[in-house]
Write a protein that binds this ligand. Structure first.
Ligand code: 13P
Length: 249
């Protein structure tokens, strides 16, 4: 049985005061009868605050990005060791916003995944197609290309140490969620592709769905056989709505 994971991706949102309120709200609401594991990924500058507030709780935390390099003259970058230094468990790699807005290639995403995994972080690898790619029937080809770039570089052993998040770009921040059937079809495709290489890894892999997940649609999405939780953007910024999603897991 795969455990459900619900992870909040705060993106470039928050302030010390807002984070304090949100994290206290989450701490108060997480626990009792919640089957999902819960994690938050704040902006890097707030990871220390998050670590201080969440330490000793059952909520994990992580980064939204990392450098593929270990250390040195890389102004503005954050290393895997720095994330570990603040007790991060997770780090998101290859989010579509980083691919689209910051030109991250499949190769760079694969290198980031490798750096994170080798350091002992749990990478959350994001994959997903653009609207035009879906409309032209290329969803599977795009997802396969993004996935294969990482598998080819790191191998299945390292893949099994991470989490995959399927996030159709057209569903991110648009209020347009993929239907449970649409999401399930791609999740099943991803699992089948992993199974071609290693059936046991495919079976144990957590595959999250991301894209306009809300308390009202989470239960239906998470009930699909190959959907093992969610990567939540907007709805993770409000304690009650994020907790509502966590309870659906
Ligand atoms: P939304 O939940 O705001 O659509 O964002 C999803 C996402 O990109 C999570 O990484």
């Amino acid at each position: 049985m795969r455990q459900t994971l619900v992870a909040g991706n705060w993106k470039m949102n928050g302030s010390q005061e807002a984070n304090h309120q949100l994290l206290e709200g989450l701490k108060a609401g997480v626990g009792e009868g919640m089957k999902s594991k819960v994690a938050v990924c704040p902006p890097a500058i707030y990871i220390a605050q998050t670590a201080e507030l969440l330490s000793g709780s059952s909520i994990a935390w992580g980064g939204q990005n990392l450098s593929p390099e270990a250390s040195g003259a890389f102004t503005g970058e954050i290393s895997a060791d720095m994330l570990l230094d603040l007790n991060c468990e997770y780090v998101i790699v290859g989010h579509s916003e980083r691919r689209a807005l910051y030109g991250e290639s499949d190769q760079l995403v694969a290198e980031k995944y490798r750096t994170a995994e080798q350091a002992g972080l749990t990478p959350i690898l994001c994959v997903g197609e653009l609207l035009g790619e879906r409309e032209s029937g290329d969803t599977e080809a795009v997802v396969a290309r993004q996935l294969d770039a990482v598998i080819d570089l790191v191998g299945m052993q390292a893949i099994s140490a991470g989490v995959i998040a399927y996030e159709p770009v057209w569903a991110i921040g648009t209020g347009k969620t993929a239907s449970p059937e649409q999401a399930q079809a791609v999740h099943a495709f991803i699992r089948a592709r992993l199974a071609e290489k290693d059936a046991a890894v495919a079976e144990s892999m957590q595959i999250l769905y991301g894209g306009s997940v809300k308390p009202g649609n989470a239960a239906e999405l998470f009930s699909m056989p190959d959907i093992d939780g969610g990567l939540i953007g907007g709805a993770s910024l409000d304690a009650e709505s994020f907790l509502g999603i966590c309870r659906a897991g």
